[in-house]
Ligand binder design. Structure first.
Ligand SMILES: NC(=O)c1ccc[n+]([C@@H]2O[C@H](COP(=O)([O-])OP(=O)(O)OC[C@H]3O[C@@H](n4cnc5c(N)ncnc54)[C@H](OP(=O)(O)O)[C@@H]3O)[C@@H](O)[C@H]2O)c1
Length: 333
């Protein structure tokens, strides 16, 4: 069987470029004993993958040159010699940017047939939705009546975080790039306020305007420069959730902005904590049950930004770092 896939052709330094990637076709042997072969329908395009493409070790091992680019994936079993998976079943896993994923079953989960489309199982019901859920509710410890500020609020993680804040009785304020995203947050997702970061000459002044009493929980996906600007706007006992640092991923340590406004940690008794969503794996079923309930009762909406085919994936990845995605970026294979 032929398998087309996107591999890492050159390690990424600075901004990713399309020529960091290459497409190749290889033979895929049929599954051996205990293995399952999946035809991927959708794969994800994640800013967090950037860290693994530079060749340096972070919390996840780097992608070696010539290896398939990692991602979440969802599709259907087309051949199985695994007792737990039958041909035709829908499954989600992490096979990366390739048409055919071979698995020994570890990390593969069966997707219930139902009203929620396959693609959502690697979006709002996958890592992005779970990151929003645990970041906001566990690390952020968001309480009713609090003000929650979310950056990249029209993205996969941010859009879920703002809505989960509202479901928990908090006031949600989003920052996103562009008027169309700002309107979507207000009109479709029910954010209480939204800021177009591209139209505001002073982001701190804009946040101060929309959060006149300050910010209790800042859920950040952008990085150091934004965190530093937000520190003086935090309320007493505020929490800063470091979910991601998209604006910093392409910068060297020397190029990144340092934090200067750290006195606010003392004066406002702030806490700042990062998360790796996989630490919560044992609680994923509970979180997915909550998220599914909220989707079905209309309180949690999501948007997908889908490119067609393997060829479009490298460009889609480059686009993430220029705000050229609106919701969860996915490739349909
Ligand atoms: N901690 C964890 O376990 C975990 C798990 C999953 C994801 N994450 C992190 O969560 C964050 C969001 O991921 P996602 O998949 O939902 O991506 P996303 O927010 O849907 O896409 C990236 C967005 O980042 C914004 N952006 C890009 N370059 C920027 C810049 N220079 N300055 C400011 N904003 C910029 C753009 O939004 P606007 O133009 O609209 O602002 C862009 O649309 C990422 O940092 C990711 O690494 C963390």
């Amino acid at each position: 069987m032929r398998n087309r896939r996107v591999i890492l052709a050159a390690h990424v330094t600075g901004e990713p470029r399309e020529d960091n990637f290459a497409i190749e076709t290889v033979d895929r042997a049929p599954p051996g004993e205990g293995e399952v072969l999946v035809r991927n329908a959708f794969v994800s395009v994640d800013p967090g993958m950037r860290g693994r493409l530079s060749g340096e070790t972070s919390y996840a091992p780097p992608v070696p040159l010539g290896a398939v680019v990692g991602s979440a994936s969802v599709g259907r079993v087309i051949a199985s010699r695994h007792a737990g998976f039958a041909v035709g079943e829908a499954v989600a896993g992490a096979s990366g940017w390739q048409e055919l994923g071979l698995s020994d079953g570890r990390g593969l989960r069966r997707i219930p047939e139902g009203p929620i489309p396959l693609s959502a199982h690697i979006g709002v019901l996958g890592v992005p939705g779970l990151t929003a859920y645990f970041g906001l509710l566990d690390i952020g410890a968001t309480k009713p009546g609090e003000t929650v500020l979310v950056s990249t609020a029209a993205g996969a993680v941010g859009s879920a975080a703002g809505q989960i804040a509202r479901i928990h009785g908090a006031r949600a304020v989003g920052i996103a790039g562009g008027e169309a995203k700002r309107r979507w947050l207000l009109d479709d997702l029910g954010f209480d306020a939204a800021i177009d970061r591209l139209a505001e000459p002073d982001i701190a002044a804009a946040v101060a305007r929309e959060c006149p009493d300050g910010v209790d929980v800042f859920f950040d996906n952008v990085g150091n420069s934004l965190v530093d600007r937000m520190l003086p706007l935090m309320r007493l006992h505020g929490r800063i959730v470091i979910s991601g640092q998209t604006a910093d991923y392409n910068l060297t340590a020397d190029e990144r902005t340092g934090l200067k406004n750290t006195r606010a940690f003392i004066t406002h008794r702030l806490k700042m904590q990062g998360l790796v969503v996989f630490d919560y794996a044992a609680d994923f079923p509970r979180a997915r049950a909550d998220l599914t309930g909220w989707i079905l009762d209309g309180r949690l909406k999501y948007r997908e930004d889908i490119v067609e085919g393997l060829e479009a994936l490298p460009g889609a990845f480059v686009d993430l770092f220029h705000g050229r995605n609106f919701g969860r970026k996915l490739g349909r294979l």
